[in-house]
Design a protein around this ligand. Structure first.
Ligand code: XLS
Ligand code: CA
Ligand code: CA
Length: 438
């Protein structure tokens, strides 16, 4: 491989909290054993191709500000190869175990469907070659079924069945490629699966179409023997006014309706949780309780803005709560923590990408270490258990298990003339408990 924009940077190493180096990990000691295994295996960090290699800093008000050499190439396939060379050099420098991509991040769209598919396979062969000499593996692949104008009214939910077929074909090939590259998950984010106005939309039809597409995905997964997880990524709005995969609870209802709740899990993003009016830990805990916690997209939004800013995380408090719920859930299994985050428009240098990832990695690692301590100490969990302890009494267990009919509950309560007393929820005590660990 020739020179890339990252060639001059050495591998970022763990140097400890005393280090004053800007290009070192201060908390992410990948080999450190915590809760029985190395931090690397708990956190399973991934670099997102689209933000780090594709994003050019343009916004609705302004032109691109970030100019990488491959963006100026006229030969689109050569540009894709140069981009891949730079991507793997970035993975080398960051020394992170995974990456993620959309088909359109790694290959240009062709003039025709056939040409797009050929491009995809050519470039995925190129990535397979790069992976032979790299430590970085594929966390997940996905299809971009939202950028091209053909998807303007949705992919699976498009009123035009040809767009449905085009999307199904594209997903099939993206799943083939994800399997070929050893991907551990396949993600579906419904970028334009939603609506702008109900005046032109049949909700009933569109949800049935979406259910059919996901069923096809699951069928195909089993047909090709793809052992990874299928993940849906909830988001309540943007780009459409109302996105169908609003949040975890909505996705679970949808999965139940189509009998897919044991086949599909969720990829949860912090910024999307915020847009849905939730915290990240709410989404994580909900998914864990429903048995569908799959993987995480790590980033943050801005509560002052109402959109998807995809910033690198900087808030230790909220990250600690998120990590605590990941630990309580027993970890992420085949999922991981993908930096679905981009540098700001004024962060134009390649080095900015290093600072961004180092900050995000250390933020997660530090939060995870704190959350592990809270978990090991066990007090928080004990206080919560104690709050519900009344439910351990046999008669209350029977009531919850549906073994006591309403009239029996009433008879027992009246006979004892029960008089429940309010009890403190201890919120401030628990907030202090968290703060003591920070
Ligand atoms: C957009 C989504 C997207 C998915 C993958 O808001 O976060 O990037 O993660 O298609
Ligand atoms: Ca995401
Ligand atoms: Ca996002």
């Amino acid at each position: 491989m020739g020179q890339s924009i990252f060639s001059s940077f050495p591998v970022v190493e763990y140097k400890g909290t005393e280090s004053t180096s800007d290009l070192a990990y201060r908390w992410y000691d990948a080999d450190r054993t915590v809760l029985g295994k190395p931090l690397r295996e708990h956190l399973r960090f991934a670099v997102a191709y689209w933000h780090s290699l594709v994003m050019n800093g343009s916004d609705p008000f302004g032109a691109p500000t970030i100019n990488r050499p491959w963006m100026n190439r006229t030969d689109a396939m050569q540009a894709a190869q140069d981009k891949a060379d730079a991507a793997f050099d970035l993975f080398r420098v960051l020394d992170l175990p995974f990456y993620t991509f959309h088909d359109r991040d790694i290959t240009p769209d062709g003039e025709t469907l056939r040409e797009s598919i050929t491009n995809l396979h050519t470039m995925s062969d190129y990535l397979a070659k790069k992976m032979e000499s790299s430590k970085t593996r594929l966390l997940w692949g996905t299809a971009n079924l939202f950028s091209h104008p053909r998807f303007m009214s949705g992919a699976a939910t498009n009123p035009d069945p040809e767009v449905f077929a085009y999307s199904a074909t594209t997903i099939k090939h993206c799943m083939d490629v994800t399997k070929k590259l050893g991907g551990e998950n396949y993600v579906l984010w419904g970028g334009r699966e939603g609506y702008e106005t109900l005046l032109n939309t049949s909700l009933k039809r569109e949800l049935e179409q979406m259910g059919r597409m996901l069923t096809l995905v699951v069928e195909y997964k089993h047909k090709i023997g793809f052992s990874g997880q299928i993940l849906l990524e909830p988001k309540p709005k943007e780009p459409t006014v109302h996105q169908y995969d609003f949040d975890t609870a909505t996705v679970f209802g949808f999965l139940k309706r189509f009998g897919l709740e044991n086949e599909v899990k969720v990829n949860l993003e912090a910024n999307h949780a915020l847009l849905a009016g939730h915290t990240f830990e709410h989404e994580i805990a909900t998914a864990a309780d429903l048995g569908i916690l799959g993987s995480l997209d790590i980033n943050r939004g801005d509560p002052l803005l109402g959109w998807d800013t995809d910033q690198f995380p900087t808030d230790l408090y909220s990250m600690t709560l998120a990590m605590y719920h990941v630990i309580q859930a027993g970890g992420l299994g085949r999922g991981g923590m993908n930096f679905d985050a981009k540098v700001r428009r004024q962060s134009t240098e390649p080095e900015d990408l290093l600072h961004a990832h180092i900050g995000g990695v250390d933020m997660c690692a530090r939060a995870f270490l704190i959350a592990a301590k809270i978990h090991e100490e066990g007090r928080l969990a004990d206080i919560v258990d104690e709050r519900y302890a009344g439910w351990n009494l046999p008669e209350n267990k029977a009531m919850l298990a549906g073994k006591e009919p309403p009239e029996a509950i009433a008879a027992r309560s009246e006979e004892r003339n029960i008089n429940p007393q309010p009890r403190s929820g201890r919120q401030e005590q628990l907030e202090n408990l968290i703060n003591r660990h920070l």
